[in-house]
Write a protein that binds this ligand. Structure first.
Ligand SMILES: [Zn+2]
Length: 246
């Protein structure tokens, strides 16, 4: 459960509305797990832009698709609604896209339902808010902008959302927003990510023959995570040091 989701969203500087009970709202465990490493972007497909509609997505859902239908919703005026801390029904089966693997999209991604028909276009207000929200999530959870994907990029059933959103431009804007937050240029940010990854790889390699098979296995798993995330967190480095010190 992402019980820090509202705090993460507030880093965007946007207005954040927490729906009652969001901290414990989730699909039942039997339906699958939830351990996201990216953001999946949707549009609702309708003209609705009301608190009632958000409540419906969070607590009712469709007869064939029970709520919650997303973790977050984004209004046309840039308001962020926090709907659920746990697993939601938004992504179905995912194919691999960019650095993200194929699998259960509801396990892999935090789902954002932006209130937009998909064919109306994106006002500067809503576009900017979408960028800032995704950047805040990436920043908070340590994901690179490349982990932000469109439902149309993961869908195996021909979904086209979010309509009229150029994902390459969107991800570039998110990367710039993250870098700005860090007071670093995108190039500097990439350099730091590369340096962190290189440091970890070197630490693993230097263990050489002394390293027992189990240590290598544990370290490799951590390195794989770092590669997937595009950068190493302090936790990754601590976990790696611990694994190698065993
Ligand atoms: Zn969708």
């Amino acid at each position: 459960m992402l019980t820090d989701l509202a705090a993460a969203c507030r880093k965007s500087g946007l207005t954040v509305v927490e729906l009652p009970g969001w901290q414990t709202r989730s699909r039942p465990t039997l339906s699958g797990g939830f351990s996201p490493s990216g953001v999946l972007c949707h549009h609702t497909g309708g003209a609705s832009d009301s608190r009632e509609y958000v409540d419906w997505m969070a607590t009712v859902g469709r007869s064939d698709l029970p709520a919650p239908l997303c973790q977050l919703s984004l209004g046309r005026n840039g308001t962020v609604y926090v709907c659920a801390a746990g697993r939601a029904n938004h992504g179905g089966t995912a194919r691999a896209t960019g650095p993200m693997p194929a699998g259960d999209a509801n396990y892999l991604y935090v789902g954002i339902e932006a209130m937009n028909t998909g064919s109306e276009g994106w006002t500067a207000t809503q576009y900017d808010a979408y960028v800032r929200l995704c950047a805040a999530l990436c920043e908070h959870y340590g994901w690179p902008a490349s982990h932000v994907r469109a439902h149309r990029e993961t869908s195996v059933t021909g979904k086209w959302d979010p309509g009229l959103l150029d994902m390459d431009r969107f991800r570039t804007d998110i990367a710039n927003a993250i870098a700005q937050e860090d007071d670093m240029t995108p190039a500097e940010y990439q350099k730091l990510a590369d340096a962190q990854t290189a440091k970890i790889l070197e630490a693993v390699t230097n263990q050489g023959e002394k390293t027992r098979a189990r240590q290598i296995k544990t370290a490799s798993r951590i390195v794989a995570t770092i590669k997937r995330n595009g950068k190493a967190t302090q936790d990754d480095i601590a976990a790696l040091e611990e694994a190698l010190a065993e």
